[in-house]
Ligand binder design. Structure first.
Ligand SMILES: C[S@@+](CC[C@H](N)C(=O)[O-])C[C@H]1O[C@@H](n2cnc3c(N)ncnc32)[C@H](O)[C@@H]1O
Length: 211
């Protein structure tokens, strides 16, 4: 396991701090674009679960946070209960590369800020495809909602040049062409959208009749 962080500090300082405003914006963007608002959603590498909470608040979906860190799973449960959506958000320990879900059982897979850390990104995307039901959508990548919100975060992080350096390094190591080539190798038709506010891999598994 190569990913490590202080989950409690991430929860307090980042998710409930500087990053607080981005999750409702990203949730609204992806729900509007995919049109998925019912059924089952996975927030993959969901950390302490703020995107999951925001999705649950604006849809009737049941959302499962999957994360390799047990501390994150615990925090995701606490955060969803605190936000009043604990009955529709649950959390399990798991990895992107071996998702603990049946084939074709999920309507929407979202993942923010996690794929950059997966040990095997291609296997993770293959798993996302496997668990999606025909007609289901995936929204995977990283971002800050809008360029304005990114600027606010950059200003808040002005005393932490290392954060900006690491973010830019991740972008350089994971350019859109890298993900486009991966989708092609997997035979998945999708788009990789790259803007200042973020990079997102977006695809829909065709309905059986369309496949
Ligand atoms: C930067 S955090 C982002 C958390 C959350 N999605 C957010 O946007 O606030 C990255 C998360 O990905 C998780 N992670 C890293 N590699 C993973 C993998 N292979 N499978 C599942 N989770 C993973 C980490 O434990 C961490 O919680």
């Amino acid at each position: 396991m190569s990913y490590t962080m202080n989950a409690a500090e991430f929860n307090e300082k980042i998710m409930k701090g500087h990053f607080r405003k981005i999750y409702p914006v990203i949730a609204a963007q992806l729900v509007e674009r995919t049109g998925v608002s019912a059924g089952r959603c996975i927030d993959l590498g969901g950390g302490p679960g703020m995107l999951a909470v925001c999705i649950a608040k604006i849809t009737s979906m049941k959302v499962t946070v999957v994360d390799l860190m047990p501390e994150c799973v615990e925090l995701a449960r606490e955060n969803s209960a605190e936000a009043g959506v604990g009955d529709r958000v649950d959390a399990v320990v798991g990895v992107a590369e071996a998702l603990p879900f049946d084939d074709g059982s999920v309507d929407l897979v979202v993942s923010r800020g996690s794929i950059f850390f997966w040990q095997d990104q291609q296997q993770g995307l293959a798993e996302v495809w496997r668990v999606l039901r025909p007609g289901g959508w995936a929204w995977i990548g990283g971002g800050f909602g809008t360029a304005e919100l990114l600027r606010e975060i950059e200003a808040a992080k002005a005393d932490d040049p290392e954060w900006n350096r690491k973010r830019k390094e991740r972008m350089t190591q994971n350019p859109p062409e890298h993900f486009r080539a991966m989708l092609q190798r997997l035979g998945i038709e999708g788009v990789v959208e790259h803007q200042e506010a973020g990079t997102w891999i977006i695809f829909r598994k065709p309905e059986a009749a369309e496949a």
